[in-house]
Design a binder for this molecule. Structure first.
Ligand SMILES: NC(=O)c1ccc[n+]([C@@H]2O[C@H](COP(=O)([O-])OP(=O)(O)OC[C@H]3O[C@@H](n4cnc5c(N)ncnc54)[C@H](O)[C@@H]3O)[C@@H](O)[C@H]2O)c1
Length: 251
């Protein structure tokens, strides 16, 4: 089988790294796209010849357009796009700084739109494509103090369906994966913030904000999210589109 060309945004983060590793393990070629050049270079050196990577800011139309053009010039096709870049900010609605609201929406909603906008023409031309958007359980439910995150992640679900409809007759599937609590830098920072603001230990924070809503009472592993992403990119999933799959231990 010819190796797929896979793009992962936020590729050097916790979930991104696990997703990159699964695609490499099955022989695909993966572009690591993220913000920090040093971290990208270190990761590409670590993974070797099945990877390439460069700085791509999903908020910037210019950065996205140039990045996609470069990949097409180098590889001639894009088979799989994983829209994974993200970040969190917590505040009560009335205290939520507008610039934080805009940052989260720009990265996690506009970023998904821009990446899809520039990848779609190449997938349509090839009459093949797999787009996997990393939403969240917060794409389906709310938590307090996460206005921008919850709004962006709900938005991603809607965008998944619009692009799923538009892509269907071109052999493109578009799905969302909705992780529960995965112990990555994004979540660890929230646990640390709760420790600072309310003095909660990690297990107290989890018992209060996560476990009462989750059947399995445990963190989800990044590899468990990556397994679902790789499945959705596979031939076995070719009839699956516009689904929003929770990988969340029963949340
Ligand atoms: N960790 C969890 O519990 C959890 C749960 C549900 C959903 N998610 C989602 O999973 C995805 C990955 O999160 P994670 O937990 O691995 O977080 P992380 O902080 O470890 O990684 C996020 C990555 O996104 C990158 N990024 C941020 N802004 C960017 C931009 N403008 N352009 C390109 N890259 C950018 C960061 O540099 C970082 O490498 C996010 O979309 C997040 O919302 C995570």
């Amino acid at each position: 089988m010819t190796p797929k060309v896979v793009l992962v945004t936020g590729a050097t983060g916790g979930l991104g790294s696990a997703i990159v590793e699964k695609f490499i393990a099955q022989g695909d070629f993966v572009y690591l796209l993220d913000l920090d050049e040093k971290r990208i270079d270190e990761a590409v050196n670590h993974y070797g010849s099945q990877t390439s990577g460069f700085v791509l800011d999903v908020r910037s139309e210019e950065s996205v357009a140039n990045g996609i053009a470069r990949i097409i010039a180098e590889k001639g096709k894009i088979d799989v796009l994983v829209n994974n870049a993200g970040l969190q900010h917590r505040d009560k609605v009335e205290d939520f700084p507008l610039e934080k609201w805009q940052l989260l929406i720009d990265v996690m909603l506009t970023g998904v739109f821009l990446m899809t906008k520039y990848v779609f023409p190449h997938m349509k031309e090839a009459r093949y494509g797999r787009i996997i958007n990393i939403s969240s359980v917060h794409g389906k439910m709310a938590s307090p103090e996460k206005a921008a995150y919850v709004a962006a992640k709900h938005g991603v679900i809607g965008l998944t369906d619009v692009t799923g409809i538009e892509g269907a007759s071109f052999g493109i599937t578009v799905n969302a994966v909705c992780p529960g609590a995965v112990k990555t830098p994004l979540l660890v920072k929230q646990l640390e913030d709760l420790n600072k603001s309310e003095g909660l230990t990690e297990s107290e924070a989890l018992s209060r904000i996560v476990y009462p809503r989750q059947a399995m009472n445990r963190f989800i592993e990044a590899e468990e999210i990556a397994d679902t992403v790789v499945f959705l990119a596979s031939e076995a999933a070719k009839a699956i589109t516009m689904e929003h799959i929770k990988v969340a231990g029963g949340m």
